[in-house]
Design a protein around this ligand. Structure first.
Ligand SMILES: *Cc1c(COP(=O)(O)O)cnc(C)c1O
Length: 350
């Protein structure tokens, strides 16, 4: 090894789901929304003045912050915007987790959390979910350097109640508690209401799933002013212009169209329930989902095998070859047509 090589930071990166380049595939592997963004987004995009791109963007993302503040009924000073919630979460780990005590998150959860801990050299522990893939709240009663809970959890799709999150907060008032609500719009209970009671709570949400804008990269955190200010200080010490002009104005427009948002979310929820029923008839069991995906295991055919066979039919789902979940498939809820095709293909494979 050359000497300069020894000083290169070594991390095992997060592995995103495949983004295949081929046409005519059914893509149910990365929890994108099957419906297009709100119609207003297209209109604003067409009217956007190209000359605006000559200038640096608004480093405070004011238009988007104000629109979200109205929607979520919080002060604009309580909102931090980032390049997808991955950027927000990465920044939050860097900002809040500076103790020698371990940050706690479940063994089975969003697999980026341990990557950020490794990257920033933050100690962490991963208490095991129970045999039903539920979080054991008593595991979070011990001394720690912070707590991160994805709710609904991924890839399990299970959502815990607001009272459950309140209990975690009650036992963790001396550290920052992050609740990652990437999937909360699909029927889960948000912890935003708890912000009034707990000043150490940070709620993180995204435009990538429920707002059909994964390609724009918009995420945000809501918390008390001091928490948000701390995030902004770190952001401005790293890159002032994380959000580009197009994302700011198009994102704001997506928030304005509440009816379209509610309609598409409702369609996905309806399709999810139908899919769970149909999978059940094929011999699958799905965990109780409050997300835009299901986590399914088959009674006799191994998940890895089904995953491979689906891929041969150009249907992409997500398979994690990891302990405890290597007999499950994570299947994104697509359009009715896509789900019909999935069910037909599964019928043939089984
Ligand atoms: C998708 C996802 C994210 C990241 O979403 P962004 O596209 O970066 O906003 C964060 N947390 C969980 C649990 C997710 O599933």
């Amino acid at each position: 090894m050359k000497l300069w090589e020894q000083n290169i930071r070594k991390v095992k990166p997060y592995v995103p789901g495949l983004q295949p380049k081929e046409d005519n595939i059914i893509k149910l592997n990365t929890n994108e929304n099957p419906y297009p963004p709100a119609p207003g987004v297209e209109r604003v995009m067409e009217q956007m003045k190209l000359d605006k791109l000559r200038l640096y963007p608004d480093y405070d993302s004011t238009e988007l912050v104000n629109e979200l503040a109205k929607e979520k009924r919080v002060d604009p000073e309580q909102i931090f915007i980032g390049v997808g919630s991955d950027d927000v979460l990465g920044m939050a780990f860097l900002t809040y987790f500076n103790s020698d005590k371990p940050v706690l998150f479940p063994d089975i959860t969003y697999s980026f959390y341990d990557v950020w801990c490794e990257l920033y050299k933050i100690p962490y522990e991963r208490p095991m979910l129970d045999e039903n893939f539920r979080i054991v709240k008593q595991d979070y009663y011990k001394e720690n350097g912070g707590v991160v809970i994805a709710n609904p959890n991924a890839p399990t799709s299970i959502c815990e109640s607001t009272e459950f999150i309140r209990d975690i907060l009650e036992h963790n008032q001396d550290v920052v508690v992050i609740v990652d609500e990437a999937y909360v719009d699909f029927g889960g209970a948000s912890s935003i209401d708890l912000l009034k009671e707990y000043d150490n709570l940070l709620v993180v949400q995204t435009f990538s799933k429920s707002r059909s804008l994964a390609g724009l990269r918009i995420g945000y955190a809501i918390g008390n002013k001091e928490l948000i200010e701390a995030l902004n200080i770190v952001k401005f010490s790293y890159n002032s212009y994380t959000m580009n002009t197009a994302s700011i104005v198009l994102g704001a427009e997506a928030v304005r169209d509440k009816e379209y948002f509610q309609n598409t979310v409702n369609q996905i929820i309806e399709q999810r329930e139908k899919t769970i029923q149909e999978l059940d008839e094929l011999g699958f069991t799905c965990l109780d989902s409050k997300a835009n995906f299901v986590f399914a295991t088959h009674k006799s055919v191994p998940a890895g095998k089904i995953y491979e066979e689906l891929q041969k039919k150009k249907i992409y789902v997500r398979y994690f070859n990891k302990p405890r979940i290597n007999n499950f498939l994570r299947i994104t809820i697509g359009t009715e047509e896509e789900m019909n095709q999935l069910i037909i293909a599964l019928g043939e494979i089984l």
